[in-house]
Design a protein around this ligand. Structure first.
Ligand SMILES: [Zn+2]
Ligand SMILES: [Zn+2]
Length: 246
């Protein structure tokens, strides 16, 4: 990323987090007077829209980018749509949120390598990151949003170190990791207190590990997750059997 764009992202991020969204938007427009359009600046602003629940601006940005002839990579396109969908989730408009996700993934599920399986009542379910194939996807993302709000109240902050090179914005990407979708699905499908069993083909990322501990405590459910390296046994007091050595 060019230095000027990095600086721009930083500025947009600072103003955005502070809730000065129109100032952040103006910074982007100012930047564009002397530079080519940089979608990454808008992605940063969309993340701020999520924090401050500004769906109007999010949709404006979404339409501005998706309808323009600016060239977007698949990852940028995904980030824009998923972040906008997250903003709608944050204001409780789960129908609109799901429609946005479905439009993006109507023909193909993005090529993420992480997959989580979970067994409920003898039936196996499979989730990819950002998956929308399950018929109860709306309820699953609704549950994720409820969890997100509760985790933020507990002091949770997304861990940016888990960003892979394909994941542009930490929030949109981590939020839809496959194990979280599987956990959310368990929460809406099984009675309170039921243990959640997960199997993941890769190593669980540190952020999902942290979130799983918090969810186990919050929901008073044990979560047993087998990943590529070991079995994590998350207990109701919010700890993991691996003692975070993983
Ligand atoms: Zn993760
Ligand atoms: Zn663990």
């Amino acid at each position: 990323m060019k230095v000027s764009i990095k600086r721009g992202v930083l500025k947009v991020d600072v103003y955005g987090r502070a809730g000065q969204l129109s100032e952040a938007h103006s910074i982007i427009h100012l930047f564009e007077k002397t530079h080519p359009r940089a979608p990454v600046l808008y992605i940063s602003l969309l993340a701020a829209c999520r924090i401050h629940k500004n769906a109007k601006l999010a949709l404006e940005i979404h339409d501005e980018l998706m309808d323009s002839n600016i060239s977007l990579t698949d990852d940028q396109r995904s980030a824009i749509v998923v972040l906008t969908a997250n903003v709608y989730s944050s204001i409780g408009d789960h129908d609109r949120s799901l429609i946005l996700r479905q439009n993006l993934y109507r023909n193909k599920i993005p090529k993420y390598s992480g997959v989580t399986w979970t067994e409920i009542n003898g039936k196996m379910y499979e989730f990819y990151a950002q998956d929308i194939r399950h018929p109860q996807s709306k309820e699953i993302y609704e549950q994720l949003e409820i969890l997100h709000e509760q985790l933020i109240k507990l002091g949770y902050q997304p861990n940016e170190s888990v960003l892979t090179k394909n994941e542009i914005n930490v929030e949109w990407s981590i939020y839809g990791h496959s194990e979280r979708l599987a956990i959310a699905f368990n929460l809406i499908s099984t009675p309170p207190g039921t243990t959640i069993y997960l199997t993941k083909n890769l190593r669980m990322c540190i952020d999902c590990h942290e979130v799983s501990k918090l969810i186990a405590r919050l929901t008073q459910r044990e979560i047993i997750a087998r990943d590529k390296l070991r079995i994590h046994y998350f207990t109701k007091d919010g700890r993991c059997s691996c003692d975070d050595h993983f």
